[in-house]
Design a protein around this ligand. Sequence first.
Ligand code: SAM
Length: 217
Amino acid sequence: MNEKRVVSDGVYKIEDDYYTLNLVPGESVYGEKLLQIDDFEYRRWDPNRSKLGAFLIKEKGLPFRHDSEILYLGAGDGTTISHLSDILTEGKIYAVEVAKNPYRNLLDLSKERKNIFPILADAGDPDLYKDMVGKVDIVYQDIAQRNQVGIFLKNLQFLKGERYGLLAVKCRSIDVAKSPEKTVEEAEEKLKDEGHKIHSKTGISRWQKDHTILLIS
Ligand SMILES: C[S@@+](CC[C@H](N)C(=O)[O-])C[C@H]1O[C@@H](n2cnc3c(N)ncnc32)[C@H](O)[C@@H]1O
């Protein structure tokens, strides 16, 4: 008998791993394990493939709800988004990706998962998609660019009031020569200078080398 516990809306801890309830039963999106319990199928969230999956392990829950609307920058081919799609059963995910190949995979994923709205655009130029994206509860960014903090700041305009931004800071992309600690400190300073509050700073290097996730409002 598997021991199952809800840790946050739509996220389950089963034995030692975290899972979401599969919105498209029978389909594994990136080779993740599927687990059948009673009449339900769960997808294992792999922290080595998803920074948010690593954040989940460290924080033991996520700030998303079944009806959250989110803007996701740096969607890739939808590995992490597939789990958010499982969680946000009555929500929306605006998924911005600049590269055509991953975008094509994202489009395929969105055919079965109707809460994903793929947008092919550069997140550094939010004017390109501001008419497609409404106000959202959370902005999440996972972009390996030198100016990742600047890109994130530009996109916080989409937040509804005092809601949350989650930034996966990829230190080595900002400055390969600087210590990761110093790079994160500088990212925090930039965000504070623009009037944002840092709620948590979560190191996920055990799974994703030199990455830290900042939760801000
Ligand atoms: C680390 S991968 C994303 C992985 C994905 N977030 C996940 O967890 O499944 C980073 C993605 O950001 C995209 N990217 C880089 N610069 C971008 C930009 N300026 N605007 C939008 N996407 C960008 C890359 O093409 C790449 O697919």
